[in-house]
Design a protein around this ligand. Structure first.
Ligand SMILES: [Zn+2]
Length: 467
């Protein structure tokens, strides 16, 4: 295991204060040079006298990349990245945008990502006097790395030992930096069983917001857990076919492999509808899990693979898919699916977009998160489901809510859930049960998150994360 905080170099209080001066000066200078832009200063929050190490620098670089995703709508005018300062890595990004909009995204990154909790981001615009706080934007104050209290309180009262802080940082590092998982050469039976486990574990979890579980059909009037079991069993043949398509594929153009899978996918949809008497239980999973089964079979045809290679294969398989499928809608006479309608309304690319990017939420958020969890499988999977729900734009949820504004609401529910300790605490479980009731009453459901969880379980089974 890589130790994030290593011995030395230590810095003095004076060095820390001088560095604060230096940062503030540099930020002000940049704001003067780019008076219409927002200057974002990025650093890590590391307690104690040791502020840097090679792993911390790696983590900073990765987090900076993730932050850039959050502020992708604001053109980057200038950036300065200083990784090796003894006082810790620093970066300055100059973005074209308004202070409030940039600040909001920076706070979203800080609060919604595992890694974001280690980051301290300050935004500045020349001539704009007010400094917005998290509370001004409706967020809770920054939470302590170790406990549920506001960080300020714990710092003031020296509530924790330095060692506890180091452990929390190490846990974040392990959860977010080791996202390349090795998948050995699995047999067809192993892959198909992992796919089936994905479907059956997901429906067995309880409580889930609005989704079908063994006790209740949730916000779905036309199905029960039995419908899901029937549907899962009907798809077993399809996963065997998907495996064969990947294992036997010999060409260079992986989009051809995907086209072959699509034909099998259409047959699988018919098998599903026959088994469920016309109810759509697993259309999303037929698409996404089929892709993943084929990709795993292809990637491991000669040797073991990693999730990073798997992601590359999937992006090759789906090259051009979003453009072909969704921009061709104008000429399509058939009724649109939820994803297609939302693409037209909100430009959300949904499961197609996620697949075309190689399922980044599964590989970079859900799987590392699941790896970082402990406890019973049901607890780990409920927490992972909520982690996913807070990380995606769930087209299924948006369709039912009728507005993309539901995404921000969902993120808040996820924060509230984890603030209560998640599935391992009675408070967290009670919150999830109440959320399930609320979802049923409002006829909401997180079908997109469920599909991502199925994929996560599939990979976790193959990679030995779930045994
Ligand atoms: Zn604390």
């Amino acid at each position: 295991m890589i130790r994030v905080i290593q011995d030395g170099p230590t810095i003095t209080l004076n060095q820390a204060l001088d560095n604060r001066e230096w940062r503030s000066h540099r930020q002000t200078q940049l704001a003067k040079r780019y008076p219409t832009a927002v200057v974002v200063s990025v650093k890590l929050n590391i307690p104690g006298p040791i502020k840097t190490s090679r792993p911390l620098q790696d983590l900073f670089r990765r987090g900076l990349g993730c932050l850039r995703q959050y502020v992708v709508d604001f053109p980057l005018i200038d950036d300065q990245i200083l990784l090796t300062r003894p006082t810790g890595p620093e970066a300055f990004l100059v973005l074209q945008g308004t202070l409030t909009a940039v600040k909001r995204q920076a706070i979203a990154f800080e609060s919604a990502t595992v890694m974001g909790r280690l980051f301290d981001i300050d935004t500045l615009q020349a001539g704009v006097a007010t400094q917005l706080s998290r509370q001004d934007l409706g967020y809770a104050p920054r939470q302590c790395l170790i406990c549920d209290q506001p960080a300020k309180v714990c710092i003031k009262t020296s509530a924790h030992q330095l060692q506890a802080g180091y452990q929390a940082i190490q846990a974040i590092y392990d959860a977010t930096m080791q996202d390349t998982m090795v998948i050995a050469q699995p047999t067809q039976a192993t892959v198909v069983q992992a796919a089936m486990a994905g479907l059956l574990y997901e429906v067995s979890l309880q409580p889930k917001p609005g989704l079908v579980d063994p006790i209740s059909p949730g916000a779905h009037d036309d199905m029960t857990v039995m419908t899901f079991i029937d549907s899962s069993l009907a798809l077993m043949g399809y996963f065997n076919t998907a495996f064969t398509i990947g294992r036997d594929f010999a060409g260079d153009d992986l989009t051809a492999m995907f086209q072959t899978l699509r034909v099998a996918g259409r047959e699988a949809e018919q098998a599903m509808f026959a088994a469920t008497h016309g109810v759509n239980t697993h259309k999303g999973a037929i698409f996404s899990l089929g892709i993943m089964v084929t990709a795993v079979a292809y990637a491991t045809r000669l040797t073991a693979t990693t999730t990073a290679q798997l992601q590359e294969i999937m992006t090759h398989m789906l090259t051009g898919l979003v453009a072909q499928d969704l921009t061709a809608l104008a000429t399509n006479q058939q009724p649109l699916t939820a994803g297609e309608q939302q693409y037209q309304q909100y430009r959300l690319t949904g499961v197609r977009g996620e697949a075309a990017a190689g399922f980044p939420v599964v590989l970079h958020t859900a799987l590392p998160f699941l790896q970082s969890t402990t406890g019973q499988t049901t607890q780990r999977l409920l927490d992972t489901l909520m982690q996913i729900a807070g990380a995606i734009e769930d087209t299924n949820l948006i369709k039912r809510a009728g507005t993309p504004a539901i995404t921000a609401e969902m993120q808040q529910w996820v924060r509230d859930y984890f603030a209560r300790g998640g599935s391992k605490t009675p408070a967290g479980l009670a919150y999830l049960t109440a959320l399930d009731d609320q979802f049923i009453a409002r006829h909401l459901s997180i079908g997109g998150a469920a599909d991502n969880l199925i994929l996560t379980i599939f990979l976790a089974k193959l990679g030995g994360v779930l045994v």
